[in-house]
Design a protein around this ligand. Structure first.
Ligand code: SAH
Length: 220
């Protein structure tokens, strides 16, 4: 309660609108996505000491060497995943982290299946998202590089961590007509969009990005 109350002052509508204006200047066009970013309390996904920076357009630390993604990239990936639609059915998210990207995806999805390899991050995200009232998010503690085969195929897959090469398991779990948005590469990464058609896959490179690596195994 204390956190949310103190949050109100430092996260006035004016502060949030400044972020939205910046995202528009950077080329985010989907008004539904911008509305959800505006309405989502990013300060609640950070430790109190960092909460005052929540509406800056930067990535911020969430512990365990991981980061809360930059609002621009969250908005961009969501916009790409939606591809002009206003809703998606089954969405797989790899790398729950703080749960911020999950909170931006959930309003557009019938169900979000979110996989995280670091248990303490997942536990915190679960509590937060529950407190925020999300009822359509399902969590799995596992190596998300293998997707969540029992729940697929997915209409949309988003990865918040970068593999060196596209994981075949994620491609397999993509439904026909579905789209995967994922950063790929080592030191130099590109944001890649993969569409699955009847006959196969097509791939587009969107822009250079900087994500944490997709790591193997799990941390209890
Ligand atoms: N969108 C999140 C980003 C978190 S950073 C947020 O805004 O908070 C990326 C996350 O991917 C980290 O939490 C990291 O632990 C997780 N991750 C890395 N490799 C993974 C893997 N193989 N399976 C599942 N999660 C993974």
């Amino acid at each position: 309660m204390q956190t949310s109350l103190s949050g109100i002052g430092m996260t006035s509508m004016r502060t949030r609108q400044r972020l939205i204006t910046r995202l528009m200047e950077q080329g985010i066009r989907d008004m539904h996505v911008l509305d959800v970013v505006r309405a989502t309390p990013r300060h609640l996904f950070l430790d109190e000491a960092l909460a005052h920076r929540a509406y800056e357009d930067t990535a911020l630390p969430i512990g365990h060497n991981q980061t809360l993604s930059q609002p621009y990239i969250v908005a961009r990936m969501t916009e790409l995943l939606l591809n002009g639609k206003t809703s998606l059915k089954r969405v797989l998210e790899v790398g729950t982290g703080s749960g911020y990207q999950t909170a931006i995806l959930a309003p557009f999805a019938e169900r979000v299946f979110s996989v995280e390899r670091i248990r303490p991050l997942q536990d915190k995200a679960k509590i937060r998202l529950r407190e925020l009232g999300f009822r359509n998010v399902y969590f799995k503690h596992a190596d998300g590089g293998f997707g969540w085969p029992e729940k697929g195929p997915f209409d949309a897959i988003l990865s918040a961590a970068a593999p060196e090469v596209l994981p075949p398991e994620l491609l397999e779990q993509l439904a026909v007509g579905g789209r995967l948005v994922i950063p790929v590469g080592g030191v130099r990464q590109q944001l890649v969009v993969v569409d699955r058609h009847e006959g196969g896959f097509s791939e587009q490179i969107v822009e250079a990005v900087n994500f944490v690596p997709l790591l193997k195994g799990v941390i209890a």
